[in-house]
Design a protein around this ligand. Sequence first.
Ligand code: NAD
Length: 490
Amino acid sequence: MRRLANFIDGKPSTADNSERAELLDPVTGKVWATAPASNGAEVDAAMRSAARAFDGWRATTPAERQALLLRLADALQARLPELTEAELRQTGSRAAANEIPLAGDQLRFFAGAARLLPGLGAGEYVADHTSYVRREPLGVCVLLAPWNYPMMMAALKSAPALAAGNTVVLKPAETTPATALLFAEIAAEILPPGVLNVVCGGPETGRLLVAHPAPAAVGLTGSIATGIDVATSAAATLKRVQAELGGKTPVVVCADADLDAAVTGIVTGALSNAGQDCTAASRVLVAAEIHDEFLAALETAVGAVHTGGPDDETAMYGPLNNAAQLERVSRFVNTLPDHARVVTGGHRVGTAGYFFAPTIIADVLGDDRVSTEEIFGPVITVQRFTDEAEAVKLANSVVQGLASSVWTTDHSTAMRLSADLDFGCVWVNTHLMFPTEMPHGGFKRSGYGKDLSTYALEEYTRVKHVMHKIIRHEPAPLIQIAAPQPTRRT
Ligand code: NAD
């Protein structure tokens, strides 16, 4: 049994007397490790470490930080087998191996992007005064990560903060701390002590981190309920909050869509990672005239997919992450209203671990819980619409506003829907694509602020105006102003 330890000030924490939580393997449901449920003393130690490291880290040049973050990306790649093994253990998903290169890409992008921080031009906006802006790091940043892509999320949240010169206290989700701890261990060979600290624990530890007086900002990826809790707590000390929260992604399939492409895109977009993706293509809205044909094609495609453990090379996806998530997904399917029907799936697979069958639910209505609440499992709902106006109305009717997709072969339809959909991302004839250069973040209750892209650097920098009075040795030349003279009142 592995005994994981917090990583504080460049080394594993030995002073920790927190209670310990068991980590369960999602494939077997058996305990494979324990991790601290970190208490106030551990949180305080991590904060002190990050605060001590801040002055030195912010004094490094962007180029120096870039060099270190590029080395860190290389070091992750060099430890790929070990990181993959740890990720596989805590997620049960064979897709775990893909996360490490994606994590490296985050580090590489932000390493360079922080050398190009945007700002207004320096200039004389008042006569005899020069103004310019400085972009500065914020200080200590608390980063709270979810369990769906643990390693990738650890890097995605940390990279912009570190590249901009902040120090970090990262808390991975309580069920998936192993790769974040390895990340910190690898980083400790490259970054100064205290620049990246990792503290384990669940919501209680998260609350202690957010309420602590040291951090200047909190970056969260998590559920809407957590976002509200974090924003409320952070408001007490006016900490800046960046919140990437849950989604309820509409997938609008128009009557003129390329059906094969739409079905393939939806199966991949909805079932990858067992549907545990905040932008999963899980809420399909389909034009009434093609509804039956589409549903039959979707049923065939989903019927060809199955879930399985890491040894099953033909399985499309692995288990749900934990018992609570299995229970949550099962509850959605077991409490459907009478008008909705399970077309395929709808049940747990096996008795060990947390596997759930690929599922389609048809004939749902807009107010059903499965249409409005995030399921975060391998479940696709299908609802029909009669015209474009109704499609937009249904799509926008939820409180979430993270992502959406449109499937059509008509350019104008795509352009109209791209403008009308109230979501932070609209994909056209594609789904679940995340170039690091493009912003990712929601509207409405899916939160505020962006991950990815140079917009993420805005979240972790502050703008300072500096203004110098210019002392002239010669009087300034007189300038004839050609502007119209005010009319004299008589
Ligand atoms: P969660 O909200 O339960 O937890 C996220 C993190 O916050 C964890 O580290 C958790 O321990 C911590 N936390 C929970 N409650 C807290 C509190 N009150 N104060 C401080 N910290 C707290 O989310 P999860 O179950 O780990 O992940 C699934 C959720 O994350 C889904 O809703 C999903 O949509 C969302 N998510 C969003 C995005 C996005 O980019 N928008 C990406 C991935 C996941």
